[in-house]
Design a protein around this ligand. Sequence first.
Ligand SMILES: *Cc1c(COP(=O)(O)O)cnc(C)c1O
Length: 444
Amino acid sequence: MNDSPDRPAKAARDAQPSEYGFETRAVHAGARPDPVTGARNTPIYQTTSYVFEDVEHAADLFNLQTFGFIYSRITNPTVSVLEERIASLEGGRAAVCAASGHAAQFLAFFTLLEPGDEFIASRNLYGGSITQFGISFKRLGWTCRFVDPIDPENFRRALGPKTKAIFIEVLANPGGIVVDLEAVAAIAREAGIPLIVDNTLATPYLCRPFEWGADLIVHSTTKFLSGHGTSIGGALVESGKFDWAKNGKFPTMTQPDPAYHGLTFYETFGDFGFTMKARAVGLRDFGPALAPANAFYTITGIETLHLRMERHVANAQILAEFLEKHPQVAWVSYAGLESSPYRALARKYLPKGAGSVFTLGLKGGFEAGVKLVESVNLFSHLANIGDTRSLILHPASTTHRQLSPEQQIAAGAGPDVVRLSVGIETAEDLIRDLDQALAKAAKA
Ligand SMILES: *Cc1c(COP(=O)(O)O)cnc(C)c1O
């Protein structure tokens, strides 16, 4: 577990003070040479279960009276290294990993909400989150109210007595929108509810939401953290600063848990009680555990996060500037451009760059979009982001084709819209590829 009080783990923490720089923590946090074999890299603990020392040890583990490993649905040593590393990079107290970004979101809300509860979410989210929150969560008795995040006051206006959280993406997928994180955090704080930030697109290298007042962070580690398009995964991180007991709104945290002999998670585990409950109840009873091999790929990916993100944002900036001047392109929505209405917010929250996912509009509309994605050579036409490779998608003919034209436009996926996730290749090669494909699209 992240907070294992046993000796080796403590020694590891002592050797890795949080004062180390981001890059050092990306390479080292949570890991240490294997105490038995000396293996320097984190092994893949490809095991389902762990031997108990004796019956008393087993009882203590099951009662959460000691930290250790029982069964890999709940904890696994490889996954634990990843949890500690992500918590460290975000400046959080603790993290719990899950099988996917969506599973991490489920764990966050399952730990927070009871049937009948509500939360408010930005309407500018990853499309899958809109479906998860708006349709599937409804069947669990959880209501999500979507608001336009451009005016932070919209979140305040949507608050009600049953509102238990606010959820945003600072850098929103896909449209190049930046939300005023500090302002939304202040509204959540006044309402006595946590602000949850999906930090997938920015990664902790570009933005650290806890520094602006967020309380919980979720990640799809599938994207930039694993970074190479190899592994689906997710994480939930807690800042450790939210007071779950102050207003009686969070009985899941403050009332005795019948599944653990009446243990109260906030009282017992304090500043890491939320991720403890997400693990000990959410992972245990619903089972979306991250596979140790996927944790290993993600740990390996994170070791170069800072290097990759630097090149991702540099390439994105070059391509956005090239496309903005291109005669076939009507508009480019990238918060790194001076023309972006979100430029000032991006400077504040994303000083190292506005990410590498953005959209553009083609003058040739739907037909040009189809022709463009069919004409690229180096860009891959697929529905993912955050790969080392450059990726391209025409939402209106793929992910958003079931929607009416009006719904497509409202979702920022109109017939003319193309989404790019800019990789870390040679920028001139990417420009050449888009240029030749745009020339073919112009004839469509
Ligand atoms: C991909 C993505 C998700 C969902 O993550 P999965 O790992 O695919 O479940 C959530 N939020 C954002 C911003 C994403 O890009």
